[in-house]
Design a protein around this ligand. Structure first.
Ligand code: NAP
Ligand code: ZN
Length: 352
């Protein structure tokens, strides 16, 4: 075992503080990555504070972090795709059964025996629970390690590993592209990536925000219109006009208002995971045979495809770079929808 510096929460109400954790010695299939940057996802906050206790209770100590970019320091003897010194990335999962139909289709996140998430999951190696990227290094099976585009700012690449793939996958699945009118609800980490990606795919993008001070940024990021969702007349102007809407909101809100904006046979996809279930009226769905769906991150092959796409198209996150010592303050700002548009931790700060 290797002693490793990390930041962890001891309980739902305690702040994240410096701690030492243990990482396994790399197996033949493993890649050890020195973490340079780690993004701060709202899922980190939900889980550090056990807000998903109804369906995914948090094991403590909890070390969040699943938007990991770094440099390879060691590889096992069977590793072929990486060598020490390479840049590499890891996202929301680090393992899966590898043999079920979903894994065979590189839809590992839908593994029949459950994907191993990067933190707060039963660890297939150690028997404990996984510990995430708010730490100086991580050890990941080669199958779950990704190649990083070299032409982008490395810190701004980190959020692609969750916010990027979580929006890329449903936008591709529901065929966002030229001739499609696509709505994005919420301009946070996921939402700002959704706007950039939907625009890059050629869609007409409309952003819905509760924050009037984000209108200019919404347009700069690629929206042709920005609707302040609290204004019912602005909402009504878009009734039954969308081919697809992606909802990234992290808290309770009225999804029926967005179902009303879908065309016949069109889909509202939820990627946000509020603490409590949302209220859905069947009336909005049945008139117009509309679909309400969900999507979770994306498979490994698709994550690599997304990273390559972002490299080719010069797409990365808009970030606020912070030191690990500022992470609790960053969580407070996330709760106020006050981030432009992803916090990324400069992991060198953990050695201070
Ligand atoms: P974030 O950066 O905090 O963004 C969430 C945005 O939602 C806010 O910026 C805000 O946008 C809007 N919002 C917040 N509270 C709201 C409210 N009460 N009513 C309406 N809108 C509100 O969070 P994130 O990191 O993008 O994550 C978003 C959600 O996706 C979280 O629940 C997270 O756990 C989940 N998630 C899911 C997956 C998946 O695989 N499905 C992956 C990653 C994250 P405006 O200011 O523009 O209104
Ligand atoms: Zn995430």
């Amino acid at each position: 075992m290797q002693k490793t510096r990390a930041y962890s929460a001891a309980s739902p109400t305690s702040a994240l503080v410096a701690a030492m954790i243990e990482r396994r010695e790399p197996t033949d299939q493993d890649v050890q990555i020195e973490i340079l940057y780690c993004g701060v996802c709202h899922s980190d906050l939900h889980q550090a504070r056990n807000q998903w206790s109804d369906f995914m209770p948090t094991h403590y100590p909890c070390v969040p972090g699943h938007e990991i970019v770094g440099r390879v320091t060691r590889v096992g003897s069977a590793v072929t795709k990486f060598k020490p010194g390479d840049l590499a990335a890891a996202g929301c999962m680090v393992d899966s059964c590898g043999v079920c139909a979903a894994c065979k289709a590189s839809d590992e996140v839908y593994c029949a025996k459950d994907a191993t998430f990067t933190y707060n999951s039963p660890d297939r190696h150690t028997g404990g629970h996984t510990l995430g990227g708010y730490s100086e290094s991580v050890i990941v099976d080669e199958r779950f390690v990704l190649k990083v585009p070299t032409n982008l700012d490395l810190a701004a690449v980190a959020p692609l590993l969750c916010a990027g793939i979580t929006t890329y996958s449903p936008l591709r699945h529901w065929k966002a592209g030229a001739g499609k009118k696509v709505g994005v609800v919420g301009l946070g980490g996921l939402g700002h990536m959704a706007v950039k990606l939907a625009k890059a795919f050629g869609s007409e993008v409309v952003l819905f925000t509760t924050s009037a001070n984000k209108i200019e940024d919404g347009v700069r990021l690629g929206a042709s219109q920005v609707v302040v969702s609290k204004d019912s007349s602005q909402m009504a102007a878009h009734t039954e006009s969308f081919d697809f809407i992606l909802d990234t909101v992290s808290a309770d809100h009225d999804v029926n208002a967005y179902i009303n904006l879908l065309k016949r046979d069109s889909t509202l996809c939820l990627v946000g995971v509020p603490e409590k279930p949302l209220a859905v009226s069947s009336v909005g769905l049945i008139f117009g045979r509309k679909q309400l769906s969900g999507s979770i991150i994306g498979g490994i092959a698709e994550t690599q495809e997304m990273l390559d796409f972002c490299g080719k198209n010069g797409i990365a996150a808009d970030i606020e770079l912070i030191a690990i010592q500022q992470v609790n303050e960053a969580y407070d700002r996330l709760l106020k929808s006050n981030v432009k548009y992803r916090f990324v931790i400069d992991m060198a700060s953990i050695k201070r």
